[in-house]
Design a protein around this ligand. Sequence first.
Ligand SMILES: [Zn+2]
Length: 406
Amino acid sequence: MKYIVLVPDGMSDLPVAELGERTPLEVAATPAMDWLARRGECGRVQTVPPGFEPGSDVAALSILGYDPRTCYTGRSPLEAASMGIELGPDDVAFRCNLVTLARRHGDLAMADYSGGHISSKEAAELMKTVDEHLGGAELAFYPGKMYRHLMVWHGGPEGCRTTPPHDILDQPIAGYLPDGAGRDRLRHLIARSADLLSAHPVNARRQAQGKAPANSIWLWGEGKAPHLQPFAQKYGLRGGVISAVDLVLGIGRHLGLRIIDVPGATGFTDTNYEGKAEYALKALEELDFVYVHVEATDEAGHMGDLEGKISAIEDFDRRVVQRLLEGLPRLGPHRILLLPDHATPVRLRTHCSDPVPALIYTSTHEVAGMPAYDEHLLEGECPLAMTAGHELMAHFLRLPHGAGVR
Ligand SMILES: [Zn+2]
């Protein structure tokens, strides 16, 4: 049996007034996902345990069968792993976004969590400046992709309180600056970076081109290295992961999954969708399991871009799911698990903790499912209803009840 997990990040949504109280997923043309829904076990899964921030890290751990309540130590340590950064026992990693701060009614506000979706190349220049001026024996800055970078504080404190920048869009930052342990140092770093970056030639060029400047860093998502049992040891399967997002790759690396590089995978709506499907199929010739993550649906949700979200959903359906459905039969019996990690409703422009619609399709055992793949899967009695999302993987892999779940 070959196992494939498809995760369109943030795809599920809430009813939208402009769509006649339907969701983007209901409105989008998704023949491939609907085909799966009609033949698969459908239901809802609570990927984010109560009391956790609804992030892709927590949700991805759940989906892969690891209980965030026992193994989650923060988002940045997972991203560090994907960047090949080994964290020592005393290291605290922080996500370091390049953001756009702007004056709104006299207050400095979070205008964009992504620094105008800055390119990786421009971002690397900015991060180099930040590291030269603010790095040193205790602090190191590492460039990642686009706006997503990392800071490691050797011997850093535990008990910082930080806020994800995408949760405070257009709000004054004053009430959301780092607090708790390390507060003064962290606030100083953000303020100093704003001085350095506002005057940077990369930003002067961006502004001349009418683009938003990436004029500050924003530190959040801190944590120490986690301890996670390797996937192969837990489930006895050889697996791989496809994603453009450091966070997801970092989880894969921690679990010992093979990192499958897809040329042109950007983590944005211009990503190489077909490549993800083709590389997944190719990997499955050798591996038993592959986890395919697509970020574009989440990005459209964060941008509050209704049209963009619908078209990202349609791209995912036609260019990833449909291609897989065409290619999988030649690999023999297979099972597909399809679910977003969490919802990113366009109206909220951030993640929420609601359960997500999920389906499991088994090529050798089709069942009577639902007419379409959308949020209606969340309603009523459904065969697949998981309140503890980390139990889903064992169910998907059909392990005896309770086995392999810790
Ligand atoms: Zn997101």
